[in-house]
Design a binder for this molecule. Structure first.
Ligand SMILES: [Zn+2]
Ligand SMILES: [Zn+2]
Length: 408
């Protein structure tokens, strides 16, 4: 009977056990294969065959990639025993892993994960710690998949670091060497790169993850942004909001940036404006920034004399913001997930065009959608006290009114 008939003759309930038994056989054979690879290595078979490396030799012999061959050699180094010419058997580097693999109880993937973890144990931690980790991970590997073993390995590594007296580690915990390099490009864009400690990294990655979720499809069109673009937008939202928190704790609405522009720029949207740092902005961007409570527009007449445009009426009062949160609950833009803490109040009729700071003229928008509403053909209007959005023609030729369905 061929192998095919053999298993087609099995009952459905017998198939899982048949599969497991095959897997155990493969793992046992894998263990034997590693022993042979190790033995070939100690006899330097590849040199006799005039190969520059063992990986290249195995790659040709077995018709596998050199990458896979390198992996097999690395595994063999961890789990194979060495028999000396005098017949002495030197134990494997990871003897418990070896035993479990020869029983067929663990997979090659487990071997890799355990070997990686043990390699990451700092030198000062000693062989005793290595044995403890190996034994704990083997116990886990016998009952769990390699991802669980990897996670448990990280926990064990963190414990060793905490209990250990490694002076470098201690210093690093007291004052981690966080770094951020910032470089302003000639075109005004800012480049940066940096490194932050694992704890801060965890918070950072968590927040960026929350802020870079893809937007729900609008009119059946999915979020067009790549994951890098979404993360970039999330990152900008992060410090945009941090700047606001700073302002709130500093007592009310303390703006943090000045925007200098003349009356024509504000009213007609022509010309340019300058910021505190001297950066130039196009008028449309200036008008958006004038919408932001964090920015004080300093409007100048033709002689560069500041005009009084009644700043106090421009800013949203805390009671108004609460009412907006009750109404919009977060960014009101169709499909946006971001909750209220990440939003600004946008003036539907611009403040500079006489738009009032009252609930009927305000809508909560995250930073990205605030930009979109100011700089694209998307527009907002109030219908029966609720904000509705009109998509650009390219998205919906009929330009139907949309609500954020996530908030209904
Ligand atoms: Zn706005
Ligand atoms: Zn939004």
């Amino acid at each position: 009977m061929s192998a095919v008939q053999e298993y087609t003759a099995l009952r459905g309930s017998e198939l899982p056990a048949a599969l497991v038994s095959r897997m155990i056989q493969i793992r046992k054979l894998h263990a034997e294969m590693l022993d042979i690879i190790h033995e070939m290595g100690s006899r330097q078979i590849e040199e006799a065959a005039e190969y520059p490396s063992r990986a290249k030799y195995l790659s040709d012999l077995l018709r596998i990639t050199t990458r896979r061959a390198t992996g097999l050699i690395a595994q063999a180094e961890q789990v194979a025993e060495t028999v000396t010419p005098t017949g002495y058997v030197a134990p494997a580097v990871l003897p418990l892993v070896r035993d479990a693999l020869h029983e067929g109880a663990i997979d090659a993937e487990h071997v890799e994960v355990i070997a990686e973890t043990i390699k990451a144990i700092p030198g000062w931690a000693g062989t005793e710690n290595k044995q403890i980790v190996e034994s704990a991970l083997i116990e886990t590997a016998r009952i769990s998949d390699p991802r669980v073993v990897k996670r448990y390995g990280r926990i064990l590594l963190a414990r060793i670091d905490q209990d250990g007296a490694d002076p470098y580690q201690e210093d690093n915990l007291a004052e981690p060497a966080n770094e951020l390099h910032i470089q302003t490009q000639p075109n005004g864009w800012v480049k940066f790169r940096g490194t932050i400690d694992p704890e801060a990294g965890e918070v950072f990655i968590g927040l960026i993850g929350e802020l870079s979720l893809p937007q729900s499809p609008t009119e059946g069109v999915p979020d067009p942004r790549s994951v890098e673009r979404r993360r970039g937008d999330g990152f900008v939202q992060l410090f945009h909001s941090a700047a606001q928190i700073d302002r709130k704790t500093a007592g009310g609405n303390k703006p943090h940036l000045h925007l200098f522009l003349d009356l024509n720029t504000l009213l007609e949207g022509i010309g340019t404006a300058t910021m505190d740092g001297g950066a130039f902005l196009p008028a449309s961007a200036a008008r958006r920034l004038a919408c932001d409570a964090g920015v004080i527009p300093v409007v100048l007449n033709g002689d560069s004399v500041p005009l009084d445009l009644g700043q106090e009426h421009r800013l949203v009062k805390p009671s108004q913001r609460n009412a907006l949160i009750a109404r919009d609950r977060g960014c009101a833009f169709p499909g946006c997930h971001l909750p209220a803490r990440w939003t600004d109040a946008h003036h539907i009729k611009l403040w500079s065009e006489g738009g009032l700071t009252d609930l009927h003229n305000l809508v909560l928008l995250c930073r990205r959608h605030h930009r979109l509403v100011h700089h694209s053909e998307w527009s907002v209007r109030m219908v029966k006290g609720l904000p509705y959005f009109t998509p650009p023609k390219w998205l919906d030729p009929q330009r139907k009114l949309l609500r954020n369905v996530l908030r209904q």
